[in-house]
Design a protein around this ligand. Structure first.
Ligand SMILES: [Zn+2]
Length: 444
């Protein structure tokens, strides 16, 4: 079992001064407030959804432990709170410059708390209400900028409180979603390793992803306490290593791109989408199937990568892909700017090492690729969706195939589909084969 508190202080360079996790972690709140609060009022930031834990109203419980506070409740403009420009600016203005900001919520509210803390300079005491994503213990926030999901630097929480009672009282779908985000560790490091070896990111460091790989081992433990601890550990350690690497890349590859594109599609249509981790979990089954399928039936892993380049019509592809969601072209231009950074990095990179050392490179890389069947089984153990048709709302096969086709055209991070675009193999036929393979593993 990881000593989360010590790991948190080391990973954050002392910025995250206390990570209290376990039974009764909430009892530390009064001491944390005394230590962290500066002069001025205490602001309690949450959404407007009632929460309870151990039979008590959670916000009232926290407020009682924190002392006199002013409440700021963020209202959802769609089905759930989205951190678009308006929501962020409104909340920054409403919070002002308190002596202490206390956030009570899951991933989105904590991400908002980190942004507001960075802008106001107030210390953030974050009370985590679900094990739903890995983004609590890191200094980054996922925002919606120009309609596109973007990860931006914000601030470390000064303290993070993860109480077993509170986590167990979270809606089951939130913790199930956390399982999905946790198992991205079976997909993302392969993409990160690829990008690092190609000189587009890095350096790669096994020590960054290993603690998460170890933690997820116990996710299917029949003992609930052990399995819950594995879930909290894998997500918390995951957040911390993202902080250490100063990038989400070690834990965010193609499977996260799928989730981001589903979010963007839903937002563009004014429709709902499922939780981040729920989408990431189902996407992990697909992306592990993608690696297997490419290894078995594609040429790209054998081709000399130093001779590959993005196609000449790339800009047209990017713009026409996103025009389907935003005919105004704003989203397309936002994505093209990001994709152009990736193309410039690719053109500037020296790939000769990768070509000379291909066999060893692929052996290491496939050591990070998990099994689609195990991914699906782990999700099912927690009652989480392994198939996109089981998400809420369901994502049908056509939308999933379109989502996959769009992956290389969204942002500046290189993942396996980029290489397949360059080799001319990112085709509907390949996507069909990947979805069939995922389906026979219990996902897709
Ligand atoms: Zn995630």
């Amino acid at each position: 079992m990881t000593d989360l508190d010590a790991f948190a202080r080391a990973a954050s360079g002392g910025a995250l001064t206390r990570l209290a996790a376990g039974p009764d972690a909430l009892a530390e709140l009064p001491a944390l407030v005394r230590r962290l609060a500066g002069p001025g009022e205490r602001v309690l930031l949450s959404d407007d959804v009632e929460k309870s834990a151990a039979g008590r109203n959670l916000l009232g419980w926290v407020a009682g432990l924190v002392g006199e506070t002013r409440r700021v409740a963020v209202r959802a403009s769609h089905a759930q709170v989205a951190l678009d420009e308006v929501t962020v600016e409104t909340t920054v203005a409403e919070v002002g410059t308190p002596g202490l900001l206390v956030s009570v919520g899951s991933g989105t509210i904590t991400d908002l708390g980190k942004v507001v803390a960075a802008r106001s300079g107030a210390p953030l005491l974050a009370v985590q209400t679900a094990a739903s994503v890995n983004g609590y213990a890191d200094p980054l926030s996922v925002l919606v900028i120009g309609g596109a999901k973007r990860t931006r630097p914000s601030a470390w929480p000064s303290a993070l409180v993860i109480d077993d009672w509170v986590i167990d009282a979270a809606p089951a779908r939130l913790n199930r979603s956390g399982v999905g985000d946790a198992i991205a560790i079976w997909s993302a490091p392969a993409d990160w390793y690829l990008a690092c070896r190609l000189g587009l990111d890095g350096p790669f460091d096994d020590a960054v992803v290993r603690p998460v790989l170890d933690a997820v081992e116990h996710l299917t433990d029949p003992d609930h306490d052990t399995a819950r601890r594995a879930l909290v550990d894998s997500l918390t350690v995951g957040g911390l290593v993202i902080g250490v690497a100063d990038s989400t890349a070690p834990l965010s590859g193609s499977e996260h791109l799928i989730s981001h594109v589903l979010d963007m599609t839903a937002m563009a249509r004014g429709a709902e989408h499922d939780l981040h981790g729920a989408q990431v979990g189902a996407a992990t089954v697909v992306c592990t199937a993608l690696w297997q399928e490419v290894q078995e039936s594609c040429r790209v892993l054998d081709l000399p990568w130093s001779r590959l380049s993005y196609p000449d019509d790339l800009a047209d592809r990017v713009l026409s892909t996103w025009a389907a969601l935003d005919p105004s072209g704003r989203l397309g231009r936002e994505c093209l700017t990001a994709v152009e950074r990736k193309v410039a990095a690719w053109d500037a990179a020296d790939k000769s090492d990768c070509d000379a050392d291909r066999e060893a490179l692929l052996e290491t890389l496939f050591g990070y690729v998990g099994d689609p069947g195990r991914s699906a089984t782990t999700l099912r153990h927690w009652g989480a969706a392994a198939r996109f048709s089981e998400l809420t709302p369901a994502v049908d096969r056509d939308q999933l195939a379109w989502t996959l086709s769009a992956l290389p055209y969204m942002r500046d991070r290189l993942t396996l589909p980029d290489l397949l675009v360059m080799s001319g193999e990112w085709t509907p036929a390949l996507i069909d084969r990947v979805l069939e393979r995922a389906a026979s593993a219990g996902g897709g």
